[in-house]
Design a protein around this ligand. Sequence first.
Ligand code: PLP
Length: 384
Amino acid sequence: MIYFDNNATTQVDPAVLEVMLPFLQEQYGNPSSAYSFGKRTAKAVNTAREQVAALLRCDPAEIIFTSCGTESDNTAIQSALLLDPDRKHLVTSKVEHSAIIKHAEALARRGYEVTWLDVDSEGMLDLNALERAIREETAVVSLMWANNETGALFPIEEAAAICRSKGTLFHTDAVQAVGKIDINLSKLPINFLSLSGHKLHAPKGVAALYVNRKTRFNPYLIGGGQESKRRGGTENTASIVALGKAAELAGAALREENSRVKALRDRFEQSLVDSVSCAQVNGHREYRLPNTSNLAIEGLDSEGMLLLLDQRGICCSAGSACTAGSLEPSHVLKAMGYSSDRARGSLRFSFSRFNTEAEVDLSLQIIPTTIERLRSLTRGVLAA
Ligand code: PLP
């Protein structure tokens, strides 16, 4: 199998698995227990907190472990809304993940007002539009750091500064950015940041929310006093330990591995653009994640293409995994102004440090011929 769908999820790094296993076996103590058997797991959770904080360059006390990126996103928004019930307006973009979009839509049904910011044809945000959208009653602005479909990077530093100058809380969904680009929270006026373990070679079902130490916080999951009373629920110790290790490895790999991954992605992408007629890159070629390539291939049915590539052992994606299975064209590509046909003819390939040159070579033999096969099949059907 050739796995080019690392924005959907990633393989667990063997070194990550190794450190988490003892916490599924002999180290099963509850971190809240008073005896040393429990305290050992509490210590491991705090080491993981330090590792995640080191990757983001923030204070370990600013990290809250959660169950998934979706929970982190929901928690940040809910916390911001609870701070001042009179502020009933939020700002986000049209290209966010469903963890933000569906939540904002649900809030709109409950009487909140949402401003949906547009993007341009390259997936870029207009900061002037952001500035204009913020009002006195804006409770929170939520903008993703990196787009899961195109890899497009929003100018988060500038967006955060605008929000700070207007006295509005700022959340960024950095689920796709963490571990792929350098993030230095010590220098940024960000109130909340979400990340998720399974996008950076930790298992699924563990994530974190950064809450700036000066930001007032309201818990979303209310229960026990875990996470310094900020998130009830017995800690998923094995997965938290795994997330800590994954963060450490991501930090160590960031520069070298990401330039290797970027070179793989660029070679793959350029070769397809050169060899496949009417293939184009969707989104900005520079301001994007080093691992993501979203390609529009004229006349292609991406759903059919996924099936044919699956038969040849290649995993990639049409739109985001969370909406796969539905025939709706990607909301991200639509927001970029692309036609439904272009959106339906688009494929996302996303790489990781586990991908190799040999996989790229092999896929470059398979993909162009598969596209031609599908195109001639489609022509045959249309002619019949
Ligand atoms: N935000 C973005 C940008 C994502 O890509 C994803 C997952 O695909 C999420 C949030 C949700 O993360 P999780 O699957 O951990 O809930």
